[in-house]
Design a protein around this ligand. Structure first.
Ligand code: SAH
Length: 213
């Protein structure tokens, strides 16, 4: 795939993206978030240094679509990485919405900040912390998305989910995980297994220990 438009058409044709996600992708080109712009439009995860990756476009499109983001929502992302997913969410919530994204590695917080600044989003906050604890002072969130793999659903995130909210999180071992959709419907928590996925580990208090690095 040689450019963003070709990639977006591929994502639409294969059902990864819907029209809304496609128009957000058009405004948030992946080449601004990778180390080598020439590799941006291949459907694979790419290294962003520090042992971490920017997810594959089909994965980011799928998660953005399944999250069912609406204008004005307040979203929490755990695992900022390059900032690409956060910028797409910022586009989807619009000016009245807000995205809080947490990253544990200081170098990647800086990397993501520089990337997101290129697009002048004012509705994204990047926080250097352990996202497995959520972000109590901004809770509750309409949507929560975890882009690293947890051994189980981090309990603080379920607590910080608003009523009628949705939480997407990959849960499983270091080698494969199941993407789980958690929904809070009138206070009742329901979970649904969506698909098999592969993410780098979530490392923190309600996640894997440091030893996994
Ligand atoms: N969403 C990113 C890709 C994320 S890769 C993108 O669009 O590029 C997963 C990220 O989660 C890595 O940057 C890793 O450092 C981070 N991470 C791992 N454990 C974390 C934790 N407990 N809190 C916050 N970030 C974490």
């Amino acid at each position: 795939m040689q450019d963003n438009e070709v990639m977006i058409n591929y994502l639409l044709e294969h059902g990864y993206a819907d029209a809304k996600v496609a128009s957000a992708l058009r405004k948030v080109p992946r080449e601004l978030f990778v180390l080598n712009a020439k590799e941006a439009y291949v459907d694979i995860p790419l290294s962003i240094g520090h042992g971490q990756t920017i997810s594959a476009p089909s994965m980011v499109a799928t998660m953005s679509r399944v999250l069912d983001v609406k204008d004005g929502m307040k979203i929490l992302e755990v695992g900022t990485g390059s900032g690409w997913q956060a910028a797409i969410l910022a586009e989807l919530v619009g000016k009245k919405g807000g995205v809080y994204t947490i990253e544990r590695l200081g170098e990647l917080v800086e990397f993501a900040r520089r990337n997101i600044e290129k697009l002048r989003f004012k509705n994204v906050r990047i926080i250097n912390a352990d996202g497995s604890e959520g972000l109590v002072k901004e809770a509750p969130f309409d949507r929560i998305i975890v882009t690293a793999a947890a051994p189980e659903i981090p309990e603080p995130l379920v607590r910080q989910l608003a009523d009628n909210g949705k939480l997407l999180v990959p849960v499983g071992s270091k080698y494969w995980q199941t993407l789980i959709l958690v929904e809070k419907i009138n206070g009742k928590v329901e979970r649904r297994d969506l698909m098999e996925v592969l993410f780098v580990p979530l490392i923190g208090k309600h996640a894997y220990g440091e030893g996994l690095e």
